[in-house]
Design a protein. Structure first.
Length: 344
C-alpha cells in the first residue's frame, strides 16, 4: 500500500474526536503486522473506555514520530486526482500518519532501529491522548510532532487561551424592560470591551489574535434574557498573564470570564539544512511536555485547507514528508550516538 492509498484508507474511517476507536484498531493491526516482520512491538495504550493511543517501537527509541488520529467534524470520505488526496483528515493529520509509517518502513529497510511511532487521540479537542502519553513516557530523546507545515520545520507555534464569558440577568416581559435586566445586553457590552483589548505582538510569532467563536442566550424575542454566554479563543504569543488581567478588567461589572483552557506558545527546535516557518495554531506538544524528548514540528499539508470542506493534501508533499521524516530521524539518532560516544 503506497502513501496515497494508506492516506485514503485512513480518511475513509470516520474518527471525529471521541470516536477514534475504529481508526485506532486499523492502525494497531497495520503496525502489528509491520512490527511482527521487523522485530518491533505494537501496542494499544489506554486513554479511556473505547479510546486508546497506538504505539509501535523498535530497539530503544531515541526518536518518536507522533501525530493524532482524530479529526474535526463533519466527516466526508476520500477521493483523489493526479495532484491531491482529498477528504476529512487528509491534511490534518491522516496523510501525516501515512507519511510517518512510510518513513518507518524506509528506516527499517535501511537497518535503522531505535525509533517509535505514536498516534494519539483527542488533539482536536483537549489533547487527551498526549496528556495520557505524557504520564507514561518511553524514554525517547526527541519528539517529531506532525502537523501541516508544508514540510517546513516550525520555529514556533502560538498558544491558545479559551474563555466562556457568562452574563446573568433577570427575566421580564419585553413590554416592560424596566422590570428585568438583559443578560444579552450585558454580554454585548462586555464583548465590546473585550474586542477593544490591545493584545501583545511578538517579534517572531506576530500578533496575538482574538476570536468570538459562539454567542448564545435568551429564551424568546418577547422575553428579557436572564442568561447569555460567548466563547472566545485567544491565540497567545507569549505570557498569558497580561491577557488574563485585561480580560478580567474588560468584563468587570458586566459578566464573568471563566477560563476553559490555556496552552502556552512554544518556541521550537530548528535543524541545519531544513526550511522553516512559523505557525499560528496549537499542537499536542505542550501536553507532552518534555516527557517524550525535545520537540520538533513538521508535516506535509497546508493548514489553510484543514478543517474545511476543501481539505486535501498534495501527493508530492506526502512523499517528500516521508523522506524528511526518515532523514530527520536518521540525523537525530546519529547525533545522539555521537553525544553518547563523546560522553563515554
Amino acid at each position: 500500500m503506497n502513501i496515497a492509498e494508506l492516506t485514503r484508507a485512513l480518511v475513509d474511517i470516520e474518527s471525529i474526536t471521541n470516536h477514534e476507536e475504529a481508526v485506532g484498531k486499523y492502525l494497531l493491526e497495520h503496525l502489528s503486522r509491520l512490527a511482527g516482520r521487523t522485530g518491533g512491538r505494537a501496542e494499544r495504550c489506554e486513554v479511556e473506555p473505547h479510546r486508546f493511543n497506538v504505539l509501535a517501537r523498535w530497539g530503544n527509541p531515541v526518536v518518536t514520530l507522533s501525530t493524532h488520529m482524530d479529526t474535526v467534524p463533519p466527516f466526508f470520505p476520500s477521493r483523489e486526482d493526479d495532484e491531491f488526496v482529498w477528504g476529512r483528515g487528509s491534511a490534518d493529520a491522516k496523510g501525516i500518519i501515512a507519511a510517518m509509517i512510510a518513513a518507518a518502513e524506509g528506516l527499517l529497510d535501511s537497518g535503522i532501529r531505535d525509533f517509535a511511532l505514536l498516534f494519539v487521540v483527542g488533539e482536536e479537542r483537549n489533547s487527551a491522548g498526549a496528556y495520557a502519553a505524557a504520564r507514561n513516557p518511553h524514554g525517547s530523546r526527541y519528539l517529531i510532532n506532525g502537523e501541516p507545515t508544508e514540510n517546513k520545520l516550525a520555529l514556533a507555534s502560538k498558544g491558545v487561551l479559551r474563555y466562556e464569558i457568562v452574563a446573568q440577568g433577570k427575566l421580564a416581559h419585553s413590554a416592560y424592560p424596566e422590570l428585568g435586566e438583559s443578560a444579552i445586553e450585558k454580554l454585548l457590552d462586555a464583548l465590546d470591551r473585550v474586542r477593544a483589548i490591545r493584545l501583545p505582538v511578538d517579534e517572531l510569532m506576530g500578533p496575538c489574535t482574538l476570536n468570538v467563536g459562539t454567542i448564545s442566550g435568551g429564551r424568546a424575542p418577547n422575553v428579557i434574557a436572564d442568561a447569555a454566554m460567548a466563547e472566545i479563543a485567544i491565540r497567545l504569543v507569549g505570557d498569558p498573564e497580561p491577557v488574563r488581567r485585561a480580560m478580567k478588567e474588560a468584563v468587570a461589572g458586566k459578566a464573568e470570564a471563566r477560563e476553559v483552557l490555556c496552552i502556552p506558545a512554544m518556541r521550537l527546535e530548528a535543524l541545519d539544512g531544513f526550511a522553516t516557518s512559523i505557525v499560528a495554531y496549537t499542537t499536542d506538544i505542550p501536553a507532552f511536555g518534555d516527557s517524550w524528548g525535545k520537540p520538533l514540528l513538521i508535516g506535509p499539508g497546508n493548514i489553510h485547507v484543514a478543517h474545511t470542506n476543501e481539505e486535501r493534501v498534495p501527493k508530492r508533499e506526502l512523499a517528500e514528508g516521508a523522506r524528511l521524516y526518515q532523514r530527520i530521524t536518521q540525523q537525530l539518532i546519529a547525533a545522539s550516538a555521537k553525544d553518547a560516544a563523546a560522553g563515554s
